[in-house]
Design a protein around this ligand. Structure first.
Ligand SMILES: Cc1ncc(COP(=O)(O)O)c(C=O)c1O
Length: 275
């Protein structure tokens, strides 16, 4: 791992960086973004910087300006010239009375990500414990911020793996499909692309890119309530996110499902030049 500081210095991932009293380490109070770099080019960097700032605002702190982040980003990119990698931008609230702790990491793209793009993922449907529609009444749940508090999401993934699956699709208490722990759910029906409404879930950057490109290519698109039955009936179900891009869902609760071959169409849409 390479670490870029916002003054442009580069460090090894083995060097200590956080104070023990940093609120990010003490309580998970912070925000982050993960960005895929292909051939030295970060994908959707302005959108990720905008969401990082929005997430920090939702936690009532202000991170550094974009220009400072770009120093950190370019410091890391310089260590992987022209390469493919994963960038992670992290901003904690910092220690009490001190400014946020901010850094950028660069790591190789994990083999598992590359494998899941091709082979797909077996998913379990898991109860989210609340309904997406509850989130508006409880904004402190921060469901639409990308915070460092991912312990619940990671626990769900470990549970799935202990049951022999690769990933999870959360279902709300109202029976509506929500999201995966690190991805947005997308359903394909013929030339229509459907994704759940944003209630109680993260506003994904990849799905927005996908929807725009699909519309440009003449597809119909919709944010629509989906149930597990809708997933079973779809031509294809996919998890989409910034680093994995598109992972076809090959089974749900151990029931195999078709449609994985349509992942290529979605990948092509994601590679269409942005509007
Ligand atoms: C909870 C959650 N939902 C959805 C996504 C997909 O978002 P994006 O496409 O912006 O990576 C992510 C990925 O970071 C996520 O963590």
């Amino acid at each position: 791992m390479v670490v870029g500081l916002l003054d442009g210095r580069v460090r090894s991932g083995a060097e200590p960086l956080l104070r023990p009293d940093d609120a990010g380490a003490m309580r998970g109070e912070g925000v982050f973004e993960t960005i895929l770099v292909q051939g030295g080019q970060p994908r959707d960097l302005p959108e990720h910087l905008a969401r990082l700032a929005k997430s920090a605002t939702m936690l009532d702190f202000q991170g550094p300006p974009d220009a400072d982040w770009l120093h950190g980003v370019h410091a890391v990119l310089g260590a992987f010239p022209g390469g493919d990698l994963v960038l992670r931008l992290v901003s904690t609230r910092g220690p009490a009375g001190a400014p946020p702790t901010c850094y950028v990491t660069g790591t190789p793209v994990p083999d598992e990500v590359l494998r899941q793009r091709v082979q797909g993922v077996a998913v379990l449907l898991l109860d989210r414990g609340f309904a997406g529609s509850d989130a508006a009444a409880a904004p402190w749940m921060l469901t639409s911020a990308k915070t460092l508090s991912y312990a619940v999401n990671m626990a769900a993934l470990r549970h799935a793996r202990s049951m022999g699956a690769d990933d999870v699709i959360f279902v709300g208490r109202d029976g509506a499909v929500m999201e995966a722990p690190t991805a947005t759910v997308v359903v394909v029906r013929d030339r229509t692309l459907v994704t759940p409404p944003l209630d109680g879930i993260l506003d994904g950057i990849t799905v927005v890119r996908l929807i725009r490109a699909a519309q440009d290519a003449g597809w119909a698109t919709a944010y629509e309530r989906l149930t597990p039955d809708d997933l079973s009936a779809a031509d294809g179900v996919f998890l989409v996110s910034s680093v994995r891009l598109v992972a076809p869902v090959t089974s749900i609760d151990e029931v195999p499902r078709p449609g994985a071959e349509r992942a290529g169409e979605l990948l092509d849409l994601l590679d269409a030049p942005p509007r």
